[in-house]
Design a protein around this ligand. Structure first.
Ligand SMILES: [Zn+2]
Length: 391
C-alpha cells in the first residue's frame, strides 16, 4: 500500500561501503537461484489472483490463507503457525513459517509481505511479494542455513499495517527473551508495469533517525543491493522505507530493508490490479535476486547438509561439560580436523588443529568461562556443530 510517489536516489557510494561478510558470487547459491522458475512464480501468482478480492473478514482471504498453508506444507515445512487477531471487528490471520537455523537457531532472518488486498485481486499489490516469498520458501526448504528464517504473510496491511503491528506487539515482544531478529526484508509491490521497460528494483532502507538503527539498515540494504547484482539481471536504486509492514519492526528498533518496484503501478487498490498490467518477467528476476539475498542473510552453508551422513559417528561429550569435552570420531579419525569452541556472540574461546591421525581428542575447559557455546568440528569441508553447555 504505497500511494505517494517516491523520490529515489541512485546508488553512488557502493565502493566505499563496508560489508560484514565478504560478498562474492557463490556458485552454491547460484545453483539454488537457478532452481527458481518463471512457471512456478506465475502458477502461484495465478492461484493468488483466482482467490479474488482478499479483504480482511472475507471468505476470500480465508481461502487464500488456507492456500498459503497448503503451499508451505507441500514444500515440506511443518512449523506453520496461524497468528490470528481481531481488527475492526473482524478476525484475520498472519501466516508464520519457521525454518530452523543450524548454528544460530534463535536468531531470525524475517522475509515478509502482506497477502490481503483491497478493491481488487491484488496481482501486483501484493500478489507479487506473496509469490516471491513462496518461491524462496520452496527453494530453501532443504537448504541448511546458519540462521533461522521466518517467512511471514501478513494480513491487514492495507487497513493500517495491523497484521505486522500485531505480530511485533504480541509475538516479537511477548516472547521471553524478546525474539532476536537479524533483519527484516519486506516485499511489497514488485510487479512493475506492463507498458514500460522494468529493469531496476528499488532497495529501501530506514532513514527516519529513530532508534539508532539507520546505519545498520543502510549496511544491510547495501548487502541486498550487492545480492541483486550478483543473482539477477536488474539494476538497483536505493530509496527509503515507508508505509509497509517493515515500519512496525523499525519502530521496535529492528533492522529493516525492503524491495519495491521502480516503475510504480497505476493500478494498486483497484479492480485493474491484474497480471496483464504487470511484468511477470520482472517479478521473476527480482525473485532470483531476493533468493540470493536470503541465502546470504541466513548464511546458507552446504557443509552443514552433509554433517549428518559423514560426521554422524562423531560424538561430543559430556554435555553439559565441566573440566573437558571429549571428541570421539569412531572409525572416522580426526586427521586434519579443525576444532573451535565459539560463544554465542561469535568469539572463539578455544581452537585447535588436529594434524595427527587420532580417533579421539579432548578439549580442556580450564580457561573457558561458564556459558553456552557452539562446538564446531570441520574435517575436509564437512562440518558438525553442536550446542555445548560449559558449567
Ligand atoms: Zn502493498
Amino acid at each position: 500500500m504505497k500511494l505517494i510517489k517516491k523520490i529515489t536516489y541512485t546508488l553512488l557510494f557502493l565502493s566505499i561501503t563496508h560489508f560484514s561478510i565478504a560478498q562474492t558470487h557463490n556458485a552454491y547459491y547460484q545453483g539454488i537461484v537457478d532452481n527458481c522458475t518463471l512457471l512456478s512464480v506465475t502458477t502461484n501468482l495465478n492461484e493468488f489472483v483466482n482467490h479474488g478480492v482478499k479483504s480482511v473478514g472475507s471468505s476470500e482471504i480465508d481461502n487464500a490463507k488456507n492456500w498459503l498453508k497448503a503451499k508451505y506444507l507441500s514444500y515440506g515445512y511443518t512449523d506453520i503457525v496461524e497468528d490470528t487477531f481481531t481488527t475492526g471487528g473482524s478476525s484475520t490471520t498472519n501466516i508464520v513459517v519457521t525454518k530452523v537455523g543450524l548454528v544460530y537457531p534463535n536468531t531470525y532472518v524475517i522475509i515478509d509481505g502482506h497477502y490481503d488486498t483491497i478493491n481488487g485481486v491484488g496481482a501486483n499489490d501484493n500478489g507479487s511479494g506473496t509469490t516471491l516469498i513462496l518461491e524462496i520458501a520452496k527453494q530453501l526448504a532443504n537448504v541448511p542455513t546458519e540462521y533461522s528464517i521466518k517467512f511471514i504473510n501478513f494480513s491487514a496491511e492495507e487497513i493500517g499495517l495491523k497484521g505486522s503491528q500485531h505480530y511485533v506487539n504480541n509475538v516479537v515482544n511477548a516472547t521471553n527473551p524478546k525474539l532476536d531478529i537479524r533483519l527484516v526484508l519486506n516485499i511489497d509491490q514488485i510487479g512493475g508495469r506492463s507498458d514500460m521497460i522494468n529493469d531496476t528494483i528499488v532497495c529501501e532502507r530506514d532513514t527516519d533517525n529513530q532508534n539508532g538503527n539507520d546505519v545498520a539498515s543502510n549496511l544491510i540494504t547495501d548487502e541486498l543491493i550487492v545480492c541483486i547484482g550478483l543473482y539477477s539481471s536488474l539494476s538497483t536504486e536505493k530509496s527509503y522505507a515507508y508505509s509497509s509492514d517493515y515500519i512496525p519492526f523499525e519502530n521496535n528498533g529492528e533492522i529493516i530493508t525492503g524491495l519495491y518496484e521502480k516503475n510504480e503501478t497505476l493500478h494498486s487498490h483497484s479492480s485493474t490490479d491484474v497480471i496483464a498490467n504487470m511484468d511477470v518477467n520482472y517479478l521473476y528476476e527480482i525473485t532470483k535476486g531476493a533468493t540470493g539475498a536470503v541465502l546470504h542473510f541466513a548464511v546458507a552453508n552446504q557443509a552443514l547438509s552433509v554433517e549428518e551422513n559423514i560426521l554422524e559417528e562423531v560424538k561430543f561429550f559430556p554435555n553439559p561439560a565441566q573440566y573437558f569435552i571429549n571428541i570421539s570420531s569412531g572409525n572416522l579419525g580426526l586427521k586434519n580436523s579443525n576444532i573451535k569452541l565459539i560463544n554465542l556472540t561469535g568469539k572463539i574461546a578455544y581452537s585447535k588443529e588436529v594434524l595427527n591421525d587420532v580417533k579421539d581428542c579432548r578439549i580442556p575447559l580450564v580457561n573457558v568461562k561458564s556459558g553456552v557455546y557452539l562446538l564446531e568440528l570441520i574435517i575436509n569441508d564437512n562440518k558438525k556443530i553442536e550446542k555445548i553447555i560449559v558449567e
